[in-house]
Design a binder for this molecule. Structure first.
Ligand code: PMV
Length: 322
């Protein structure tokens, strides 16, 4: 009863920030994301009769912090499969963990994919999305390929997640400027809850979000890079405005993050097809057309404070390894 899965992190163009229900990680707003083929989490799950409890090893070290959430996901899968065995979960990322590069999204997507395969359970893609969501609100997006829509629905599940463009339908490159390898101080869940309770901008964020999502989807459908750039940067900056106006203030950027933003804006002004987005951490992700990728990589790499630059294209949803 063992299987291995590979999943990629994702980055949202139209951001998710805020939960409608914390216990099940039901997002307060939808989101639109890119699955990043160049970065990967590889996870092996083995169920065994002689294990007394679930075990989690991330990047070679036992991880007690995430274990209870992992066990919640595994319990849902065990219930579906009618199996009681505990599991050993071994996971490794080929990129910095817990530093705003969506390692939790790829981690939970790989976990549920590997565990469902190990249990040989017949679980639909929609159900797997809901189970991955228990781990992290953005994890269902990593189960899908290319450009991914997570929409809010009125049914009991509260959401539906699907790919709206395969990686080859509209090839895009994502260049990640890593400005620190340190894990962040405030988790996104903690930050979102603080914003919901204290930011005077939170309700405006929730109210204006559906129009941003509809506009972005239309721009993806028309393959209109320039206007997708505008709405994506708007969504990113609006999310950070909500975070910054929380009490206490949540400032996820470093000086290097701001320098990267300015460089990307200068490049776009000069006609280079590129825009930026930033999650709950100081790394900047530049989205560009593939022909601009090496120019964007070089421009970010030469900025002081940028410790590494990672290149990615769009990738596939989580898959088991044969
Ligand atoms: O799924 P979480 O809890 O890691 O939240 C992710 C939230 C952001 O990355 C900041 C935005 C997003 O939509 O990915």
């Amino acid at each position: 009863m063992q299987a291995t899965a590979i999943a990629h992190p994702n980055v949202a163009l139209i951001k998710y920030w805020g939960k409608q229900d914390v216990a099940t990680n039901l997002p307060a707003v939808g989101s639109l994301s890119l699955t990043l083929g160049g970065l990967a989490t590889r996870t092996t799950v083995s169920f065994a009769a002689d294990l007394e409890r679930d075990e989690l090893v991330i990047n070679g070290a036992l991880d007690a912090g995430a274990l209870s959430r992992v066990t919640r996901c595994l319990d849902m899968l065990r219930l579906r499969a009618g199996v009681e065995h505990r599991a050993r979960v071994t996971s490794a990322n080929d990129f910095p963990t817990g530093a705003g590069l969506a390692s939790s999204a790829s981690g939970y997507a790989a976990l549920v994919t590997a565990a469902a395969a190990a249990l040989q359970a017949d679980i639909s893609a929609d159900e797997l999305d809901l189970i991955a969501r228990i781990g992290s609100g953005s994890a269902p997006r990593s189960l899908h390929a290319g450009i991914v829509l997570l929409e809010k629905t009125a049914d009991v599940t509260g959401m539906k997640c699907r790919s709206v463009a395969a990686p080859d339908d509209w090839p895009l490159s994502v260049i990640v400027a890593v400005t620190t390898r340190q894990p962040k101080d405030v988790s996104s869940t903690g930050g979102m809850e603080s914003s919901r309770k204290t930011s005077p901008c939170y309700q405006a964020w929730v109210d204006t979000h559906p129009a941003d999502l509809t506009a972005a989807l239309d721009r993806v459908e028309r393959r209109d890079f320039e206007s997708l750039a505008e709405i994506s940067e708007h969504s990113c900056l609006k999310m950070h405005a909500v975070a910054m106006s929380s009490v206490p203030a949540l400032v996820y950027w470093s000086g290097a993050t701001v320098a990267c933003m300015q460089r990307i804006r200068e490049l776009r002004k000069a006609g280079v097809p590129v825009f930026f987005t930033i999650d709950a951490g100081p790394q900047l992700k530049a989205v560009c057309l593939p022909e601009a990728a090496s120019q964007v990589h070089e421009a970010l790499a030469e900025l002081p404070g940028v410790v590494d630059v990672l290149d990615s294209n769009l990738g596939y949803g989580a898959q088991t390894e044969s």
